[in-house]
Design a protein around this ligand. Structure first.
Ligand code: GCB
Ligand code: CA
Length: 891
């Protein structure tokens, strides 16, 4: 009797275990981590007690942007964890699944090597069934390396290659007879929709099935299509025999759905497909996976652009990088989700998932929000002429396609971004061979993707050297040409943009065209009322984007565009207004919205909008310029209403017509707090927006008692305004000295030569500060800086950085890779006196501090006898310079 009971219980347990569904959970927390290669780190004997404890998502480079050492750690590192695995999972299939780790991984379990993966942006998994110990602790040891590898793309790129296990890691347990997990970390299910129209759709489902038991298995495969409410719409089934150890493919019959509800930008309706396998005899459920199903049809036309479900839609959106302020690329899901929400809120309907496949939640969000996507592998800037490089690229393409195959949002697969930006040769046989090899890689990728997935389009993105791409035949290969265009930024003439579009339309007749990138650098803390190229001001951002959007809208043959970029992102080698950051985002590293974001939101939104711009300009300042002792500065108010009224401190400034999505108001600011209130009427809705701005008013006459002098903060050689957001200090532009007032005497604004023309100031990284803009402009040949301040004691801070280097900077191709180690060998020496007293006699910045290093000297000066302050510069060798000055009244 007892024996029977045992058998009964045993059967019950086995039966229960078999009927149990897939179990999937993350194992992110509490890993031991160290950089380097400790001896036998995969073995239990290795002592990891002194290692750091970290959580995944994790990168070891998130702090690298903040330090001054050029570059970032690129090398090996280890993660280790003891993990208890439940006894109840014994006898099941076990898999460890990585959403992504940069860039080479070797995985060890309980001391044994299990598998490896190359490439930092695609998902991968390993079967660990035979290595696990159940009801015990298991030693997981993961080697990750982000060192340069000539055979793994990307070789170089304008973003930081943050190393680490920077996306979620999971354990999965399932029945040994299951939907395959060994096909490039895909879901094992591939859903195709060979025909879709308004009246009917047909669906075809391919399922990969694995039998990892020692016996043959007879199973039933079911595919149940449910609507969004979970109601069954259609069901198919098939019976299949699997030999022991076999993985087999089942292809469903075509499933017809009548009057389908389509997936569209405005109504991203999703059916769900439940793929199940059951034990044929017992009917028990063995495994199940769920995939989204979007029914839609689309096409790109070289003249008329993009069509979704028969309707013409211009695709407008952004590209996106997967990093965040001080976090590097190690983002939890919510931060990814937020980005797609930001894009949707802006009115975008397109995401270029570039330069690499991204977190699964990004794709899920695009499916849910109706955002069309293009996903690309990270073959960027250059290739290595080896078979291994080619093979790795092809593998990445397969991973990409199979992993995001079922996403209704995906309509384009991309590969190769600006592949000739960093050509290793410029002429001759070597260049020819290089072109030929690159073409070979391109053709292999094109063929792979088309074979994997003939239902989507292919795309490649080029930089503005069409000749290179034509010579190598790359303009012919993909179905869509993407052009990355920066006229009015890297190149001087903004109107060249539309000429290039028209040229491409003419030269590449029949090719579908997209603008895959365009955008200017915008430091959220910089403003200018004389905006110009390379000044990084919010205002130039508006000038640029207004122009580009208008020109693209005029041209139906431009199927769509993805501005560069949704967010500011880290790029270690970059030297712009913010060190190591590419500032072309319409939102910042911390996702604060810049004015250009509001511009797009207003232009693209169909809902009534009214937003006072300059929203994040919290510490603002300026010089009195009205008889009423106010400072007039213009403020944009974004709206899609016809006209807008603005009140300032409860007084109306009247109504203004909106042009190009905003109205500019001349706002008279008073010192202290100002209340701005905008109102407008759009259709039936009354719109209202408010903004409080703190304004630091500077007198034009410094002895004016109505505006007691407290401080001025002036950037020389510059019309820019800059906010020191840490200390809430408002920096204002220079002006020429007039008696009673303040300003410079003599000199000119420093302009640096660029690859094309010149720019105001410099964009080199200034060492020793995180406030580059204060140091990046200067007055050269300055004689004096005078301020007719009242008697008292003052702190006078002088700011310098030597911007001139004798070594010619690297040619400014997209100003990447400029090195910060240059030394200044030239000579500039001058003396400085304050109200007649010599404070420095032989001041040579390069000699004492080197090139591009922030130097701040504070002097305490007493102003007497109503003489004001005069800082005088005495030329000895070269021209005296001054980058900025702060005059602060102590008493
Ligand atoms: C490009 C690249 C992108 C850069 C961008 C820029 O063309 O494709 O990776 O970040 O230009 O800002 O220079
Ligand atoms: Ca994730």
């Amino acid at each position: 009797m007892k024996k029977f009971l045992y058998i009964f219980i045993l059967l019950f347990i086995v039966g229960w275990a078999q009927a149990q569904q897939r179990v999937v959970y993350t194992i992110n927390d509490g890993w031991k981590f160290t950089k380097g290669s400790p001896f036998e780190a995969q073995l239990a004997g290795c002592d990891d007690s002194s290692w750091e404890t970290v959580n995944i998502p994790h990168t070891w480079n998130n702090k690298d942007a903040d330090d001054e050492t050029p570059g970032f750690y690129r090398g090996p590192a280890w993660y280790r964890k003891q993990l208890f695995v439940d006894k109840s999972q014994e006898g099941r299939q076990a898999v460890i699944y990585f959403e992504g780790a940069n860039q080479e991984v070797r995985f060890y379990l309980n001391g044994q090597f299990v598998g490896e993966h190359k490439g930092g942006y695609t998902r991968f998994c390993f079967d660990i069934t035979s290595h696990l110990r159940y009801g015990q602790e298991n030693l997981f040891a993961i080697y990750v390396n982000n060192v340069y590898n000539p055979n793994i793309p990307p070789l170089s790129a304008d973003f930081t290659f943050f190393g680490g296990i920077y996306r979620d890691v999971y354990l999965q347990f399932m029945n040994p007879v299951h939907i395959a997990t060994n096909d490039y970390a895909s879901s094992g299910v591939y859903i195709r929709t060979p025909e879709v129209n308004n009246s009917a759709a047909s669906v075809e489902i391919t399922t990969l099935l694995t039998n990892n038991t020692l016996q043959p298995a007879e199973i039933r495969v079911e595919n149940v299509i449910c609507d969004a409410d979970g109601k069954e719409v259609k069901k198919t089934h098939a019976e299949i025999k699997l030999a022991s150890g076999e993985t087999k493919t089942d292809i469903s019959k075509k499933i017809k759905i009548d009057s389908p509800r389509l997936w569209d930008i405005d109504d991203p309706y999703r059916y769900m497909v439940y793929t199940r396998i059951l034990d044929k005899k017992k009917g028990t459920l063995l495994d199940e996976v769920v995939n989204p199903l979007g029914l839609r049809w689309f096409k790109f036309d070289s003249e008329k652009g993009f069509f979704l479900n028969g309707k013409g839609r211009k695709l407008i959106g952004t590209a996106r990088h997967q990093d965040y302020f001080q976090k590097g690329n190690a983002l939890r899901d919510e931060l990814h989700v937020q980005d797609v929400l930001l894009l949707k809120e802006m009115g975008g309907n397109f995401l270029r998932v570039s330069h690499y496949p991204q977190d699964p939640v990004i794709m899920e969000m695009c499916d849910k929000l109706g955002i069309v996507t293009s996903v690309e592998i990270s073959v960027v800037n250059a290739v290595t002429e080896t078979e291994e490089f080619l093979q790795n690229s092809v593998e990445m393409a397969k991973e990409m396609v199979r992993q995001d195959f079922n996403r209704p949002s995906v309509m384009i697969w991309g590969y190769m971004n600006e592949i000739f930006l960093r050509r290793p040769y410029t002429e001759g046989k070597q260049l020819e061979d290089y072109y030929r090899f690159t073409e070979k890689v391109a053709r292999a990728l094109e063929a792979t993707i088309r074979e994997e997935d003939p239902s989507r389009y292919t795309m490649m993105a080029y930089h503005n050297m069409p000749q290179y791409y034509e010579d190598a035949h790359l303009t012919e290969i993909p179905m869509i040409q993407g052009w990355n265009l920066y006229q009015g930024w890297y190149e001087p003439d903004i109107n060249e943009f539309q000429r290039l579009l028209d040229r491409a339309h003419k030269v590449y007749k029949g090719k579908v065209l997209m603008v895959t990138e365009y955008g200017p650098g915008v430091d959220p803390g910089l403003h200018s009322y004389q905006p110009e190229r390379f000044d990084f001001s919010q205002e130039y951002g508006l000038v640029y984007h207004k122009h580009y959007l208008r020109e693209m809208m005029k041209r139906p043959f431009i199927a769509g565009s993805s501005l560069w970029n949704l967010n500011d992102f880290y790029s270690e080698s970059r030297v712009d207004a913010v060190p190591h950051v590419n500032n072309k985002g319409v939102v910042g590293l911390n996702r604060e919205k810049k004015d250009v974001y509001w511009f797009y939101k207003t232009a693209l939104s169909r809902r009534p909008i009214l937003v006072i711009g300059n929203r994040e300009w919290k510490s603002r300042g300026g010089v009195v310029n009205t008889a009423q002792k106010e400072c007039i500065q213009s403020v944009p108010v974004f709206s899609n209403a016809e006209e807008v009224e603005l009140f300032v401190n409860n007084k109306s400034l009247g109504k203004k017509k909106v042009e190009d999505n905003y109205a500019l108001f001349d706002v008279p600011f008073v010192g202290g707090e100002n209340l701005l209130e905008a109102v407008a009427v759009a259709g039936d809705s009354k719109l209202r927006d408010m903004l409080r701005i703190q304004f630091q008013l500077v007198g034009s006459q410094l002895k004016d008692e109505a505006i007691p002098f407290t401080e001025i903060n002036v950037m020389l050689g510059s019309p820019r305004y800059f906010e020191d957001r840490t200390a809430n200090v408002a920096w204002i532009p220079e002006q020429e000295y007039k008696p009673g007032s303040w300003g410079f005497v003599g000199g000119t604004s420093y302009r640096r030569k660029t690859g094309f023309g010149s720019m105001l100031g410099s964009d080199i990284d200034i060492l020793g500060t995180d406030m580059n803009p204060i140091f990046q402009t200067q007055r050269v040949g300055i004689k004096s800086f005078k301020a007719d301040v009242p008697n008292g004691e003052y702190s006078v801070y002088l700011y310098w950085a030597e911007l001139e280097s004798d070594k010619e900077r690297e040619a400014l191709v997209y100003n990447l890779g400029a090195d910060s180690e240059q030394t200044f060998a030239g000579n500039r020496s001058f003396g400085i006196s304050m109200n007649g007293t010599t404070v420095l006699d032989d001041f040579n910045i390069a000699r004492d501090y080197g090139y591009a290093r922030a130097v701040i000297k504070k002097f305490v000066v007493t102003v007497k006898d109503g003489k004001g302050l005069s800082v005088d510069f005495h030329k000895k060798e070269g021209e005296p310079i001054l980058n900025a000055i702060r005059i602060y009244r102590n008493y």
